[in-house]
Design a protein around this ligand. Sequence first.
Ligand code: ADP
Ligand code: MG
Length: 708
Amino acid sequence: MDKSPRGLGDGAPLNHEQLIGAPLRWPSEKALAQRPKFGGRKAEEGAEHLGLTTVGALLEHLPRDRREARTVAALVPGEQATVVVEVRSISSRPVRRRGMRPLVEALVFDETGPLQVTFFNQPWLVKKYPPGTRLVLHGSYEARNRFRVSSHAPTADEIGAGDDVAHYPAADGLSSTQILAVVREHLDAARLAPDPLPGRLRARHRLPDMPSALLAGHAGQLEPARQRLAFDELLYVQLDLLRRRARRAEEVKAPQLPEAVAAGEVDLVNEWITQQLPFELTGDQERAVAVVLGDIARGHPMQRLLMGEVGSGKTVVALAAMLRAVANGYQAALMAPTETLANQHFATLAELMPGRAVPIALLTGSTPAARRRDLLGKLDSGELGIIVGTHALIEDDVLFKRLAVVVVDEQHRFGVRQRTALDAKAAGGAAPHVLHMTATPIPRTLALLGYGDLDVTELRELPKGRQPIATHLASGERDRARAYERIREELREGRQAYVVCPLVEESEALAARAASAEYERLSADEFADFSVALIHGQMPSAQKAEAMRSFKAGEVDVLVATTVIEVGVDVPNATVMLIENAERYGLSQLHQLRGRIGRGEHASVCICFGPKESERLAAFSTWNDGFKLAEVDLQIRGEGELTGTRQSGMAAFRFASMPEDGELLERARLSARDILEADPELKLAEHVPLREAMERARGSLLAATIPA
Ligand code: ADP
Ligand code: MG
């Protein structure tokens, strides 16, 4: 069998011969669909568990790494090891105990010496492994040249001592060596594996064809094989996301919301921006507003992700879209994940619209029943143009007359079902335009995976006059005394401060207790001369709202808080933040917290207590840029834990892993775009295998990766 893979790793483009090296017949899916036999109930169960139910699946089951085979002479008593040997003689020996099958004993050797090996319960091996057979054996060495075999496989290879043996991910009842044996039996079928990628694409990206990749993977060239399979996997997902987006853009209808004015009238949105808005838009905001208004002017639903640093002014962009809806006689809703945040948005919107040209209202879980009834009536009649709220907005009895624009803030904090529940309330069964907002910067790689079906707009430029934030790491009593003095200095200047209490993962109640104790201590001692308030998640909403109001109004100097202040709180006069046990927070959470300061004309300072050797805190004190921090975060933590991504979808890859395969993902994205540009429905002959492969994969890979 030719083991040398075509076009692997050497960096040279594939030549014509290599490209058509695959069999000159249509690849046989039949051979690949057969069920491999593993022998024995336990082994079959193990195979089932690993999903090795077809030859195709078996061949895609690549070794994890290569385990070095020992020489016989190098075996150490009591140790588990792999050896590659040749059979000299083999025989079975009856066992005296009744009901036991005979033992099989064999004398085997490699170039360093002989070894007596014992197989249990498998009398047929005497016939299967006649003298001269080369074997890979895994088991334990028991001194005096005796070896108890736990798994075994024949090998045709001239693997010598010190060479590597493929090491497969195994399961209970099915060892790596057993898998190796069955893989060897079926390896020839790899030549029949259909290749979903068009040859031209493969050549451009210097990827081996599928049969070569599979053969190479089992023969030891793991990385190129894994990359080929990972590329396919990423390509399917990107194709699916892009097709979904294209379909939505062409087929799904949404209300058309043009710059709607009869002759002689002034457009509401333009008038608001030029006449009412208390400041000038940043360049990024202007561009974002233009793009969003462009989106909703078309008759197909907008699905746009607006990413922007805390304080970058996303709400303005959202308001522009909402006003455009109202100007066209439609309604708009903004949904936020928490009550604090909804309150804050409501306040910001009121501030952004001093004239209050459009009626707007707030609906949350703590809206009194009578008020709620009144609001629902006005939404149903269409009298109310804009509503801001929490999950309270998606309850069944909330009906809109003509909902056209939906804004979901911090959208990753909602479940898929919650996000789509608002869509269902849109006018006349049409889809609404949806603007997703997030202050959690998402590295491009993750954005492509999690949001590849959305259009993305970033606000990177902060509003003018914003002062940079200096971040200091602190620890120990001396630093602490200095930190409080620094805060008092700011307070004497008329500024305000946040003290953020340690995160208590175990329970909200504990966090609340810790915050209350800190509040008592600080108001009696360090900040006795100032006014101090407390806010935490366990307080009744009215009390929370009052704490926020008095802090915002400047009646309170220091706000002692848990992470309830993480998002949305906007007090430009607050210039200091002290974070306790900063090491307990994730980077993105720290960044969110810090975004509460540096929002006004004064320079701000953030003081973090925590171990100075923390990699995360070092990064945090070095970078102010959320995108940079998100990348660092991804490097430190890996894909799984990053917040702000559709996490459910991230871990589902079999071959790809992020962020390491970020570059491969970019290539898959570009390829997907090229393919669909030429052939949106994947109907061309050269794309038939691709379409079929995607359909085969849909049951597992794609379904797990993309939330419906
Ligand atoms: P985000 O939601 O992106 O964190 P907001 O939309 O809440 O930010 O805006 C933060 C604050 O900045 C608000 O008080 C808002 O009024 C103000 N703001 C927004 N855009 C500008 C701008 N272009 N110039 C000055 N202030 C702005
Ligand atoms: Mg905001």
